[in-house]
Design a protein around this ligand. Structure first.
Ligand code: JAH
Length: 268
């Protein structure tokens, strides 16, 4: 079982998302659980105020560490916590490899969503990980939490309808996906490639691999060193215009990926 407990000032922002088709069904089937908690419950004051002005001055408001500590203690009293994730632009970048690791690990994950200028720095002592979904600043962590929960939940066995379907996703194969087509057979003067209508499944498989290589070479050559290329792929990439030097670099054995930084042992 994988449980996400989200601590946020705007639980209503995530409610429809948590109840939507994929996550809603997975929850109904007991594969995943999403608990949304309003951080204001633990404000400790009758105005439900969770933030205060920054020491040293400056714009914006900072979320209080004592509020976060009370929230985590309350959740922990209900069920042991395995990970506490703070969403912040200063975090380690979340990738498909992170999604796979989190889905495999399972357990109870608390996700802390900030707003305003962020959390009091001492919140770092309460978390096991600081995570970012990319190098941009948002108005708060809620949209990032939605991205992460979706990426992880779909990898939990049984959540996707078709068990095989995520095996050939872009970032699982290491290459961009090949192009797909459906009816109509001709649209705006552009037809569907003949090979896909010929019924030769070996030829279709080869064409798709070649298309995936060509698209990755054109659009995301940075992915090729991590793609785990096969000898036939190298020959095809040469034919597609890659240089011998590029190929040598892409075929060099990959250094082991740095493990995602984890701060402290889980505060059970
Ligand atoms: C912005 C609180 N790309 C990750 C990310 C995560 C959190 C935030 N921004 C970006 C954020 C403002 C307040 C969190």
């Amino acid at each position: 079982m994988l449980t996400f407990s989200v601590l946020t000032l705007f639980p209503e922002l995530l409610r429809p998302f948590a109840e939507e088709a994929l996550l809603g069904k997975a929850q109904a089937r007991g594969l995943v659980r999403v608990n949304l908690h309003d951080l204001r419950q633990w404000s400790g004051n009758r105005h439900h105020k969770v933030d205060d002005t920054p020491y040293g001055g400056g714009a914006g408001m900072v979320i209080r560490v004592d509020v976060v500590a009370r929230a985590l203690d309350a959740l922990r009293a209900e069920a042991p916590i395995d990970e506490v994730v703070m969403l912040t632009p200063a975090g380690q970048t979340f990738t498909q490899a992170s999604a796979e690791a989190w889905a495999t690990q399972g357990g109870h994950w608390v996700i802390l969503c900030g707003r305003y200028e962020g959390f009091d720095a001492r919140v770092e002592r309460l978390v096991t990980r600081e995570v970012s979904i990319g190098d941009f600043v948002m108005m708060g962590g809620e949209a990032a939490a939605a991205c992460i929960m979706e990426a992880v939940a779909r990898l939990v066995p049984g959540v996707l309808g078709d068990e095989a379907s995520h095996q050939d996703d872009s970032f699982s194969s290491g290459l961009l996906d090949y192009p797909e087509y459906t009816r109509p057979p001709v649209w705006a003067d552009e037809g569907v490639p003949d090979v896909l209508q010929g019924g030769n499944h070996g030829a279709i498989r080869e064409w798709r691999r070649s298309q995936a290589l060509a698209r990755t070479l054109d659009r995301r050559p940075d992915l090729l060193p991590h793609a785990g290329l096969m000898p036939q792929d190298s020959a095809e990439l040469l034919r597609l215009g890659a240089s011998a030097e590029q190929l040598a670099a892409w075929n060099a054995p990959e250094p082991p990926a740095p493990k995602q930084k984890r701060r402290r042992k889980p505060p059970v």
